[in-house]
Design a protein around this ligand. Structure first.
Ligand SMILES: [Zn+2]
Ligand SMILES: [Zn+2]
Length: 287
């Protein structure tokens, strides 16, 4: 139901009632400061071209042996989880529940990718312990979205591969094959999270650049589609955070879940998310 509420001003947060699709969340937050201006597209194009030229041979996009080793560790960890699930399923003759658990793992990985992406897009800084590099990488990604398509595979996946190795491998070792349902849930879920950056990179590719199978999976909604993720890089720049399948995006955005969390965090901790004051003219449109 679309309604139009009378205009009020809550100066502190620049919160104002506005035209909204439903009455579940009656406010929108201005995502731009009052001094924000429409991006100068010609300047942005020039900046983008310069940046593209600079980044063409950028070593930071290349995979190192350390990146490859971490991705190998992450993949091994996921494979151990799945092998233990198959072994546990074979010895207990339980199959339906593990298959269902795998599907739930895939669906929940999309939600996890959205929550993580929202958190690092909006909070912390390049100085934040552990997450600083990821925060910097995502801020750079918003300025030059297509650069991710030139980032090499292991370079793109290594951060999440490390996280999967450190969190899931201890579980593989401790639980052995006694819990096939848990193993398949964790194996599929962590595998999807680890590869979410590859799905994300494909979402920035053009149809002609991508393998036909990837395009088919995107069109079927199994992987995040190019059009759905493209909306994350367009105003109001605070939507479509999920990057595995994108199945949660509509629900999260329609129910203003992340905006509600931002309000809670602001009132409880006094921390403003970046989406309230950014993006600014440094952001470029999806190429
Ligand atoms: Zn983002
Ligand atoms: Zn993106």
């Amino acid at each position: 139901m679309s309604i139009f509420l009378p205009r009020h001003s809550f100066g502190l947060l620049n919160i104002r009632p506005s035209r909204i699709k439903s009455d579940r969340f009656p406010f929108t937050l201005s995502t731009r400061s009052s001094t924000a201006t429409t991006p100068n597209l010609s300047t942005d194009n020039a900046v983008r071209l310069d940046s593209a030229k600079t980044l063409k041979d950028d070593q930071s996009l290349r995979s190192t042996w350390s990146h490859r080793a971490w991705v190998a560790c992450g993949c091994t960890t996921v494979l151990i989880s799945l092998a233990e699930a198959v072994s546990g399923g074979a010895s207990s003759h339980v199959w339906v529940e593990p298959v269902l658990a795998g599907y739930i793992g895939y669906v929940m990985a999309d939600l996890g990718s959205g929550a993580y992406h929202w958190a690092i897009d909006n909070y912390g800084s390049t100085e934040t312990p552990i997450f600083g590099n990821q925060i910097e990488a995502f801020q750079g990604h918003h300025k030059w979205p297509r650069t991710i398509t030139r980032r090499e595979f292991a370079n793109n996946l290594q951060a999440l591969s490390r996280a999967v190795t450190f969190t899931v491998l201890p579980m593989d070792i401790m639980l052995y094959n006694d819990h096939p349902i848990l193993h398949v849930f964790v194996g599929v879920g962590s595998g999807c999270v680890m590869f979410s950056q590859q799905f994300h990179a494909w979402a920035h590719g053009t149809k002609s650049e991508l393998p036909p199978l990837v395009v088919a999976l995107q069109d079927a909604g199994i992987l995040i589609s190019r059009s759905q993720h493209g909306a994350h890089h367009r105003p109001p720049y605070n939507r479509n955070y999920c990057i595995v399948s994108g199945v949660w995006n509509e629900l999260l955005d329609e129910w203003y879940v992340f905006e509600a969390l931002e309000l809670v965090l602001f009132f409880k901790l006094g921390v403003k998310p970046r989406s309230w004051s950014e993006p600014n003219s440094e952001w470029t449109q999806q190429e």
